[in-house]
Design a protein around this ligand. Structure first.
Ligand SMILES: Nc1ncnc2c1ncn2[C@@H]1O[C@H](COP(=O)(O)OP(=O)(O)OP(=O)(O)O)[C@@H](O)[C@H]1O
Ligand SMILES: [Mg+2]
Length: 346
């Protein structure tokens, strides 16, 4: 019997906090079911399902157990891998929101819809429907996949369970699979946004050469665990390895969100926002975007940060065109040097 969950149920009941109570009872049912108490678990689920509707719209923050509440009664200890006893999951709190990200209409719409379904799930339940819970983010590096997982955790006021592939991926596939199971056991019984960043790394063993066949086998066991996931929190997986996006994989997720490279207009918007707090001399957001053509948002972030460091070191308060151009050149040169070195060493 999970004592922490029972305490949460009693607390939520006493506070008449219906959403938190429902979440905790569902989690208790899952936990009991896993311990073999199937009939008891079914009874609990039936009680929740048959309860009369509360008859009011749920505010975003009230559906999830509150940040402050969770911080007071912290989630269970994250699982560890057997060989090195290293944590498999980092529990992080994010305060990021949509204001921190520049997004095209399409991904923004998908993410807003996801949040709406999740936070108004009682409305869906009244029609016998369930919210989307499994998202796949894909697209080239540096355009907001990880950032948006943080935004979703921040918007839902839930912890982000960031899965650590450095401890998860082991030399033996069997061990990687066992680690994956531990992560899902944790996710099934604790409420948070589970994030598998660059999840294709699951299939890359530490010793073996890259082998697409082997990679697919471990990814398949990941997908089976995904199918049997019974936790309450959303699961997000991110990849920039688009070859993996076959039909079988895509249908396991409730929605796919593409994060393409930024358009010029988005880059202008990005620089406008970044430049706003500073006195800027000799260049505009439009020029900055033009000089950064072909860059990802992550590249733009590095260039902008580099130019800020230059003025900070000069004890200047003005972001001048010289410092910015120097940062762009420095970044472009580093990219070329890296490409040349790679060509020479291959
Ligand atoms: N859409 C965006 N809007 C604003 N800033 C962004 C955006 N995308 C990326 N950035 C900036 O770039 C940094 C890195 O982005 P992020 O880690 O989200 O990329 P990613 O898509 O996860 O890349 P990868 O595929 O390499 O994991 C962010 O912390 C942020 O500073
Ligand atoms: Mg990422």
């Amino acid at each position: 019997m999970n004592r922490e969950l029972i305490k949460r149920i009693v607390r939520s009941g006493l506070k008449s906090d219906r959403p938190a109570l429902t979440v905790a009872v569902k989690q208790l049912a899952s936990s009991e079911s896993k311990q073999g108490h199937k009939a008891f678990a079914e009874d609990l689920r039936a009680i929740v399902q048959q309860a009369p509707p509360e008859g009011q719209v749920q505010a975003l923050s009230s559906v999830s157990v509150h940040r402050s509440e969770l911080e007071k009664s912290p989630t269970a200890t994250p699982p560890r891998n057997r060989s090195e006893a290293a944590p498999l999951v980092d529990v992080r709190w994010s305060r990021k929101s949509f204001q921190d990200v520049v997004l095209g209409d399409r991904p923004k719409k998908r993410l807003c819809r996801f949040l709406e379904e999740y936070t108004k799930q009682e409305r869906l339940a009244a029609f016998g429907l369930t919210p989307k819970r499994k998202l796949l983010f894909f697209g080239p590096p540096g355009n907001g996949k990880t950032l948006c997982a943080e935004v979703i955790a921040g918007e839902l006021e839930m912890p982000l369970f960031y899965v650590r592939f450095d401890s998860l991926v082991a030399s033996y596939l069997g061990e990687t699979a066992a680690n994956l199971r531990r992560v899902f056991d944790f996710a099934n019984t604790n409420q948070g946004v589970v994030f598998f960043d660059e999840f294709d790394a699951i299939g890359k063993t530490r010793d073996a050469r890259d082998d697409v066949g082997e990679l697919k086998r471990v990814v398949n066991s990941f997908l089976q665990l995904l199918d049997s996931y019974i936790g309450h929190g959303p699961i997000i997986a991110a990849t920039n390895y688009e070859k993996l996006l076959d039909h079988a994989l895509a249908r396991r997720f409730d929605d796919l969100v593409h994060f393409p490279a930024p358009t010029e207009k988005q880059m202008v918007h990005y620089f406008r926002v970044r430049m706003k707090p500073f006195r800027v001399e000799g260049f505009s957001a439009e020029q900055a975007a033009a000089w950064c053509e072909g860059c990802s948002f992550s590249d733009a972030d590095r260039i902008f940060t580099e130019s800020l460091k230059t003025i900070a070191l000069e004890s200047s308060t003005t972001l001048n065109v010289g410092a910015f151009r120097e940062a762009v050149d420095c970044y472009r040169h580093a990219g070329t040097a890296y490409d040349t070195q790679r060509r020479e060493s291959s």
